[in-house]
Design a protein around this ligand. Sequence first.
Ligand code: NZQ
Ligand code: ZN
Length: 385
Amino acid sequence: MLNFDFYNPTRVVFGEGTIARLDELVPADARVLVLYGGGSAERNGTLAEVQAALGSRRVQRFGGIEPNPSYETLMKAVELIHREGIDFLLAVGGGSVIDGTKFVAAAVKHAGDPWEILQTRGKSVSSALPFGCVLTLPATGSEMNCASVVTRKSVNAKLGFFSRQVFPRFSVLDPVKTYTLPPRQIANGVVDAFVHVAEQYLTYPVSAAVQDRYAESLLQTLIEVGPKALATPQDYDVRANLMWAATQALSGPVGAGVPQDWATHMIGHELTALHGLDHAQTLAIVLPTLLNERRTPKRAKLLQYAERVWNIRDGDEDARIDAAIARTREFFESLGVKTRLADYGIGANAIDALVAQLEAHGMTALGEHRDLDLTTSRRILEACL
Ligand code: NZQ
Ligand code: ZN
């Protein structure tokens, strides 16, 4: 096992009816800004429930944070906070609202140009406003991690940053709040969480038995509950297990002390930046192809994955790896998430620009061995067509 430094201070309050607990979670004298997305939280009553729980606190709202939150929109929230003397943020939504809130929290306290936060991948963050979350979409794990991904539309850049300053103080996870999600977002959430585990598990063995078995249990849970979450949208236990699996997929324990890949995510971000695909759609396209391309360095873990996650025991080693990759692609497709660039109308003529974006963003040595270069990324993208 590799050395690690595990730290996660986020308090998770989980279960039906827990939005009412905001009254004890948010400081009584806080001047609160509630940040939300394009209106789902307003339409389905979640915002009203939040407002009621906050009681007599001074509360203002900032709506309109887009999926793949934009720098341009978030900077408007930063201005509002300075103008109104707000001292506590509450994100109500999915990964985009939570990521956006993390950026806003850091940007409010940043002395120079806030874009530096993303250019330095968070190294320039020294403090942030405190914030909490009410999660409405199980997918990213943002509710219990210190990562954020922001898009600057003017330069077609989708960049991530990390900082211990932007762990949520708390996150309220009420599975009932996910009942209104459209099937596309449920499927996206299952794929995103699955790929988060894959990025931390499908690398090379380092004798990390706990992390491996935890990763396998999360993958198996997602395979089990993903289709049920689509088939029976109001099944509380299914939604609860999906929600906790997605949170755990990217909150630290799976990735502590093991090598991590993340090339699928980095290539995927460029697909979102240039072609507007949903985050999970990009992952469903890239992961199966990347696993095939990287079958030699990932060989031992792919065999373990085939056996322990998909119960594939027959055939020679390459046949078992082929079968595991095929099962992965079929799983994404079975949820309704297409896995080929062509399915999204993207052809071979798009690849030069995608590779140029990877280069511009310094994504020239990706993967757990830092040897996935631009030539390999190009090969992977060509195989995704
Ligand atoms: O905007 P509204 O109207 O609220 O609608 C949203 C949005 O259109 C809707 N939605 C959310 N909760 C709902 C609901 N609709 C009905 N009922 C509800 N309960 O769902 C749509 C998508 O929301 P979004 O927040 O964009 O989805 P997701 O949670 O998948 O977040 C994706 C973003 O997170 C980033 C992605 O890159 C992407 O920008 N990621 C963040 C990570 C992190 N912080 O650790 C890791 C991930 O790898 C990922 O990169
Ligand atoms: Zn992701």
